[in-house]
Design a protein around this ligand. Structure first.
Ligand code: HEM
Length: 531
């Protein structure tokens, strides 16, 4: 009776009466039970679906690290700080040194570390793997990023790459040499000035200013003055490209899972600093169109706007649109900045840690100056120990941790029963290959001699790949090497580089596929000449 009263009081105005009581007493618990049962069934079905999806590699006899239902390995692949450790685990423990299957949620991807297999994928059968991963960037705000060469696909990529490649012919690089030397001299003065007033010099910061000023000057004739201005605006803006926020990672996860939602929400995926560089390039283009030609990268793109002629000999304009030109220009400024600066920073740290190697390199530089009268293009190109030191630095610290290609035509891996389907991503773990004791005895040791001409025959083909592999490798490799060599040679001739107390070890940051020094590279500089 008491129970009944309470129920009636609880629903006084609804007038639910006896029927409701019946429902509450007998049917509701059953309904709840049925709902749980249905939910459980859906979950089991979804789990079974996930399990079946994650059988993809096992069915082809390809090893995989343990998978987590539904997410596969995405929690490790998308976590910037875990990605590298996971790559190493897959490389050494799950067959990645040959090939290993991974899952980004339910999407199978392949990790290929075997040099012979890489030769097939990246070089010989490149027409099956011409693209990299693409992102649908529907927002107008991302148009500059979406049109960069790095994201271009198929024929469009081929055409654009052919237009951009002549930027770095031997003749053009030689022509840029005096400009690079000028910027390197500014770098040396700036560093020595800092050495007089500060307890140590942050070489990552300073090399970053040097590489930014150099690429801006060589490719566009823009003077950034990052080594002269107190508060260099260019440098501040370019730095923001390399600060990866949680928001950005979440946006990319959203993009890979729900591209339509990103489109509906009109989310911006590119870094806001892109707008700053877009404006700089627009201004420079306006100056060029009024007649100032330099024969540099920007001119190449602008001239490609008016290339003519088809098979029948009819004149046709094949213009590069303005957005395409701006996109490649912004890409060059950003790509030309961090990679070379990190290489130089790591090299100077390694030389500070190994004074005997530093001394041998300085000796080679002094002999070059004695022979040629100054640092010359020919002298730099012929300096074998300098080349070996840069190559060994790039082996230990390759700025790009992974290479990546997207399959565009079904591909059967030679000699194996494994098929790669169109759309599948193939990656290669550069960092792990570079430190694999199978290819590099005592891999953790900085030993430039490995790259001297007499020892080069001992290096297995495609086990030293800091600039990538095949027709889609780094477009600016020869320029980057020349720039790094000039910067390092000038620094060594001007100053002894030493470890700073409390900064004897270097911390590296493995972030979104890029390897960079963490928290700068702080060193002591001891000038070799009276100032
Ligand atoms: C030490 C310096 C550098 C290193 C280690 C480096 C490394 C790389 C790597 C690993 C790739 C991908 C290659 C592949 O997928 O096979 C790449 C691509 C690229 N790099 Fe570099 N890079 C450096 C300097 C530069 C500079 C100075 C520029 C521009 C001025 C530049 C522009 C590019 C561009 C545009 C691509 C995309 C090529 C394409 O998709 O066709 N890089 N770089």
């Amino acid at each position: 009776m008491e129970k009944k009263l309470i129920r009636e009081n609880a629903f006084p105005s609804l007038g639910l009466g006896v029927g409701f009581e019946l429902w509450m007493t007998f049917l509701a618990p059953r309904m709840i039970g049925v709902t749980w049962l249905l939910l459980g069934a859906v979950l089991v079905l979804f789990w079974a679906y996930s399990w079946w999806k994650h059988r993809y590699w096992a069915n082809q006899g390809v090893p995989t690290p343990p998978v987590v239902p539904f997410i596969g390995h995405a929690h490790k692949l998308f976590a910037p700080d875990r990605m590298c450790d996971f790559g190493r685990e897959a490389y050494y423990n799950y067959g990645g040194s040959k090939l290993c299957g991974l899952y980004s949620f339910h999407e199978p991807t392949l990790l290929v570390g075997d040099p012979e297999l890489m030769r097939h994928i990246y070089v010989k059968d490149f027409d099956h793997f011409i693209d990299r991963r693409t992102f649908d960037m529907p927002s107008e705000k991302d148009i500059v990023t979406a049109n960069m060469l790095t994201l271009k696909t198929g024929e469009e990529w081929k055409k654009l790459r052919a237009i951009m490649s002549p930027t770095f012919t031997s003749g053009k690089i030689k022509g840029m040499f005096p400009l690079v030397c000028e910027k390197a001299d500014q770098l040396v003065s700036f560093c020595l000035k800092e050495a007089r007033t500060k307890p140590f010099v942050d070489m990552k910061y300073n090399f970053g200013r040097f590489t930014l000023d150099t690429i801006a000057s060589c490719a566009f004739g823009i003077e950034c003055n990052s080594l002269v201005d107190e508060k260099p605006e260019f440098a501040k803006q370019v730095d923001s490209f390399f600060k990866i926020s949680t928001g950005m990672i979440l946006k990319f996860i959203l993009l890979s899972l729900f591209p339509k939602l990103v489109e509906v929400l009109n989310l911006r995926l590119s870094v806001p600093a892109t707008d700053f560089f877009e404006e700089v390039v627009r201004e420079t283009m306006r100056a060029r169109q009024s007649g100032n030609k330099r024969g540099d990268f920007l001119d190449l793109l602008l001239e490609a706007e008016v290339s003519t002629g088809d098979a029948e000999g009819t004149k046709s304009k094949e213009a590069l649109d303005e957005v395409t030109i701006i996109s490649q220009s912004v890409l060059f400024l950003v790509a030309g900045y961090d990679t070379t600066a990190s290489t130089l920073a790591f090299a100077s740290f390694l030389l500070a840690k190994h004074p005997e190697i530093q001394q041998r390199l300085r000796q080679e530089m002094s002999e070059m100056v004695e022979e040629h009268g100054d640092i010359t293009y020919q002298g730099i190109m012929e300096a074998k120990y300098l080349d070996a030191c840069i190559m060994e630095t790039l082996r230990l610290y390759p700025p790009g941790l992974f290479l990546e290609r997207k399959c565009v035509k079904e591909y059967k891996i030679p000699g194996m029963d494994v098929t790669i389907k169109p759309g599948m991503i193939v990656t290669s773990p550069v960092y792990d290959i570079h430190r694999d004791p199978k290819y590099w005895p005592e891999p953790e040791v900085f030993r430039p001699e490995r790259f001297l001409p007499e020892n080069k025959a001992n290096i297995t083909h495609l086990t030293h790949i800091p600039f990538g592999v095949g027709p889609r490798n780094c477009i600016a490799m020869r320029f980057a090497l020349m720039e790094a060599k000039v910067g390092l040679a000038k620094m060594l001739l001007a100053s002894d580089i030493k470890l700073a107390p409390g900064h004897e070890e270097i911390k590296a940051e493995f972030s979104m596929g890029l390897l960079r020094p963490k928290d700068g590279v702080n060193l002591l500089l001891d000038p070799l000449k009276e100032e």
